[in-house]
Design a protein around this ligand. Structure first.
Ligand SMILES: [Zn+2]
Length: 154
């Protein structure tokens, strides 16, 4: 018999009837800092650089990727305007707590706020994955070109 266990603190932000499971899983991984930014990928030898693929001007950490990067900051500003929330977001956890405390009553605006939070995280991460894949393709192409030039010299 199950005792109900301990409820995850952001469970009502993650799991609600109209939410897409794959978007919820992305938000869950982001809230638990399980999405690997380039600073971590470089530290384990998976990436050759830690420069942000979205802006190309700063180290790509989770904090930079989701809040400081101009692409993300613009997206959050648009989301804040839509919800009538002014001010900046410091962490995803703070924003999830803000949504939970601000929109306690189950109304359409509450569901909209949850969708906007997860959609913003999903969009930023998908854009990052897309740009990273393009970068990896360019790098692979560049490496192959370099190898071909080296072989031509031999
Ligand atoms: Zn950036």
């Amino acid at each position: 018999m199950r005792d109900g266990g301990v409820q995850y603190q952001f469970s009502n932000v993650l799991w609600f009837p109209t939410h897409s499971p794959k978007v919820a899983m992305c938000l869950l991984r982001a809230l638990n800092v399980k999405l690997l930014a380039r600073d971590l990928l470089m530290s384990i030898g998976v990436s050759d650089t830690d420069i942000c693929v979205l802006c190309g001007s700063a180290e790509e950490s989770v904090q930079h990727l989701f809040f400081v990067c101009p692409f993300s900051a613009y997206l959050w500003a648009l989301c804040g305007l839509k919800l009538g929330i002014l001010g900046s977001i410091s962490t995803l956890q703070d924003e999830a707590m803000n949504i939970q405390s601000r929109f306690k009553i189950k109304t359409n605006i509450c569901v909209l706020a949850k969708h906007i939070l997860s959609a913003a995280v999903w969009h930023i991460w998908k854009r990052r994955i897309s740009e990273y894949s393009n970068y990896r393709s360019r790098t692979t192409f560049w490496c192959l070109g370099s190898y071909m030039r080296i072989l031509d010299c031999c």
